[in-house]
Design a protein around this ligand. Structure first.
Ligand code: IPE
Ligand code: IPE
Ligand code: MG
Length: 242
């Protein structure tokens, strides 16, 4: 049997920013005759492991899609399960960020989340802000179109107060109004579970990202799969139109 590959060869180019659409928790559970909530729990354990794996491979920024602006359309009970899991996750994440030195941030419109969850996000973001390890970003109630709508509102507010004029608008200025303003664009976007779409994840930022799709369901995604994605990335020729 071939040995599992758990390290990358030295000559490989490591993407600075990897963004992941963590999909397939429901199907993972279904295959095992388990409730969807079991798939979401398993998926949240995968996130924890992948943060450490990403850092050990030399990735500096990891962004994960945890809950989309469209996910509110799911049955109320599933939304409640996901929110409870996120609550637990944020608490755990605070502990972990103390141990592994990662800086944690949240993108998306968190104003729609319950107050206690917003508070733990604030605490986590604040407490980990000076950490120098992996820059880990969780997209929570995130939608790329919603992000652009919120950015346009802020731009117009700044125009009202005279901070900005129409002539000032450039791609960089717009980037600066997005939730991701202080991060590089993702080099590699990974989506698990076989769907070939972005589902409103980082549409502005991924304009020139390499897109990797795998049939592996998110709870089964591991370091070996991440290495496969990076190896695939190394075969890409990024031309940026040149
Ligand atoms: C991804 O898994 C997690 C979230 C979207 C919150 P899904 O719940 O979408 O799993 P599938 O796509 O139904 O298998
Ligand atoms: C995308 O997955 C959102 C997250 C992974 C959080 P979905 O399962 O919600 O996407 P669609 O509905 O298949 O496009
Ligand atoms: Mg899905």
């Amino acid at each position: 049997m071939a040995k599992k590959k758990t390290e990358l060869s030295e000559d490989k180019k490591i993407p600075e920013h990897v963004a992941i659409i963590m999909d397939g928790n429901g199907r993972w559970a279904k295959k095992r005759f388990l409730p969807r909530s079991a798939g979401h729990s398993a998926g949240s354990r995968t996130v924890e492991q992948i943060c450490d794996d990403a850092w050990s491979l030399g990735i500096k920024y990891l962004t994960v899609y945890a809950f989309s602006t469209e996910n509110w359309k799911r049955p109320e009970s599933e939304v409640a399960t996901l929110m409870d899991l996120l609550r637990k996750y944020m608490k755990n994440c605070l502990e972990r960020s103390r141990k592994n030195n990662m800086r944690v941030r949240v993108i998306g419109d968190i104003t729609r989340l319950d107050e206690d969850l917003r508070e733990s996000i604030k605490e986590l973001t604040h407490e980990s802000s000076a950490n120098t390890g992996l820059c880990f970003t969780v997209a929570l109630n995130y939608g790329g179109r919603d992000e652009i709508v919120r950015a346009v509102r802020k731009i117009l507010e700044d125009r009202d107060t005279g901070k900005i004029t129409a002539a000032d608008i450039s791609e960089d200025v717009i980037s600066g109004y997005l939730d991701t303003s202080d991060m590089p664009d993702p080099d590699l976007v990974i989506r698990t579970s076989g769907e070939i779409r972005l589902s409103n994840f980082l549409p502005w930022q991924s304009a020139y990202s390499e897109l990797y799709f795998t049939d592996v369901l998110w709870p089964d995604f591991d370091k070996k799969e991440l290495i496969k994605a990076i190896e695939w990335y190394n075969g890409r020729d990024r031309r940026y139109g040149g």
